[in-house]
Design a protein around this ligand. Structure first.
Ligand code: CMC
Length: 431
């Protein structure tokens, strides 16, 4: 953060207040309003954080107008094309691309933590079989606090490091176990000879009775989905993790809070909602009906997988994933799948519709990830858990950055109160 000695002047009730301005390395200047209440006795109002920087960070940068996403300065299309998920995890966590030795050491550390405590298996059995895997994930990840006591002291940098590795390593195992439990199949232990994405496919799709060989193209597509979802600066779930952590809560509890937030259909739940919408549309001839509903302000229906709070031109993750979707569908020989035809037609119709053009609503990452995951054989209920696996490194990196900052304060927003002012209690017989 560079203090440029620039400032903004606020005129209020005949008084002037000088507000410092910080200039970032990229992106718009930021007005520092931290002393505003103490000096001028007013709050600022920004319920959806549309103009508010909640923290400073060096991890991820997004330029929504340009459709640019950088992790530690590296463009997401280069990372998706040339790197792989665990290398991107290293980059997010430690700030630089690893050397070959550093990468080998990091991969070894993650791999050694892929199993979960055997007693945790009992937790899964406490859930109904038809529980949504996200419900299971919220519960089981929160419960990690009860198992890994030696990595819950957030004041100890070593324990923070161990907790980070455990979360990144165990989330695929936990997500795969939630899936296996939901379909009544035995849990599959991780295989440390496979890479991160291939091991996840193995834990989801292999059964003890048969050999299962992971298709390398599908493993590559899975790795790309993980890479593209790894971090996205101060989105709703990451901000949830930061806010929960600001009180000093342990990392497992905080990541469980992030998972709960990610579940919503306006955020990570959109990939499931998008595929379900495509199924509901069913055939190409019904697209106009759904487009009309999406434009009708009296109808709460929205075109899932379209629009983004920050990207107002194109979602760079969607551009990469569209290519992956084409590759996977060609590999699996399902180009003429009816669902896919609806997806392709809907994409084109929306891209040429004046409403969507005017409001800058483009297909986002969830539009294409759902198509790939469906083709791979995942049920829609697993889409958001897969997003969760991928985003864990983003939450953990942002959490580590925040905790290491000596200026870290508990997050405590203020409000615009519109309720009753003080009044006297009325006894029940007089109401
Ligand atoms: N379909 C139809 N209209 C839409 C849509 C949509 N998907 N998205 C936004 N709009 C309209 C909205 O009605 C509003 O119109 P008006 O100005 O007339 O009131 C205008 O576009 C702006 O929308 P907004 O709700 O103010 O925008 P937002 O920045 O608060 O919401 C969003 C962003 C992603 C929540 C929203 O676009 C949406 O609900 N999209 C569908 C859900 C989805 O795909 N979410 C995944 C996001 S990407 C993955 C992730 O990062 O989690």
């Amino acid at each position: 953060m560079t203090d440029t000695k620039k400032s903004a002047t606020l005129s209020l009730n005949g008084e002037s207040y000088e507000l410092p301005i910080f200039s970032p390395t990229a992106g718009p200047d930021v007005i520092d309003i931290r002393k505003l209440y103490a000096q001028a006795g007013v709050f600022t109002y920004d319920p959806g954080f549309t103009s508010t920087a909640s923290c400073d960070s060096t991890i991820t940068f997004i330029d929504g107008d340009k459709g640019e996403l950088l992790h530690r300065g590296y463009p997401i299309d280069q990372l998706a094309g040339k790197s792989h998920y665990l290398e991107v995890c290293y980059l997010l966590l430690y700030g630089e691309l690893p050397t070959a030795t550093q990468l080998e050491d990091f991969e070894g550390r993650v791999t050694r933590h892929t199993m979960v405590h055997e007693q945790m298996h009992n937790f899964f059995r406490g859930f109904r079989r038809d529980a949504h895997p996200m419900a299971t994930l919220v519960g089981v990840v929160g419960a990690m606090s009860a198992f890994y006591h030696d990595s819950t002291d957030i004041a100890d940098p070593w324990q923070r490091e161990v907790a980070s590795i455990r979360l990144i390593a165990k989330l695929p195992t936990i997500a795969a176990m939630a899936y296996k439990y939901s379909i009544g199949q035995p849990f599959v232990y991780p295989r440390n000879d496979l890479d991160y994405a291939a091991n996840f496919l193995h834990m989801c799709f292999s059964v003890p009775a048969e050999d299962y060989n992971v298709n390398p193209i599908l493993a590559r597509a899975m790795d790309r989905i993980f890479t593209l979802h790894a971090d996205h600066e101060q989105n709703a779930s990451t901000s949830t993790v930061r806010l929960a952590s600001s009180s000093g809560a342990n990392p497992f509890a905080c990541v469980a809070a992030g998972i709960a937030c990610l579940w919503g259909p306006a955020h990570g739940g959109a990939n499931q909602a998008c595929l379900e919408m495509l199924k509901e549309i069913g055939t190409v001839d019904r697209i106009p009906e759904f487009i009309a509903r999406a434009k009708d302000k009296s109808d709460p229906f929205r075109l899932m997988g379209f629009g983004h709070r920050v990207y107002k031109n194109t979602d760079p993750r969607a551009t990469v994933l569209k290519q992956s979707a084409d590759e996977v569908l060609e590999l699996l020989g399902i180009e003429d799948n009816p669902l896919l035809q609806v997806a392709k037609e809907l994409e084109q119709t929306a891209l040429h519709d004046p409403y969507f053009i005017e409001k800058k609503l483009f297909p986002n990452v969830d539009f294409y990830s759902g198509i790939i995951l469906e083709a791979m054989g995942f049920p829609t209920s697993m889409f958001t858990p897969i997003f969760t696996v991928a985003r864990t490194v983003g939450w953990v990196s942002q959490w580590k950055e925040m905790i290491a900052d000596p200026q870290n304060k508990i997050g405590r927003p203020r409000q615009l109160y519109l309720g009753e002012t003080a009044r006297n209690y009325t006894d029940i017989e007089n109401r």
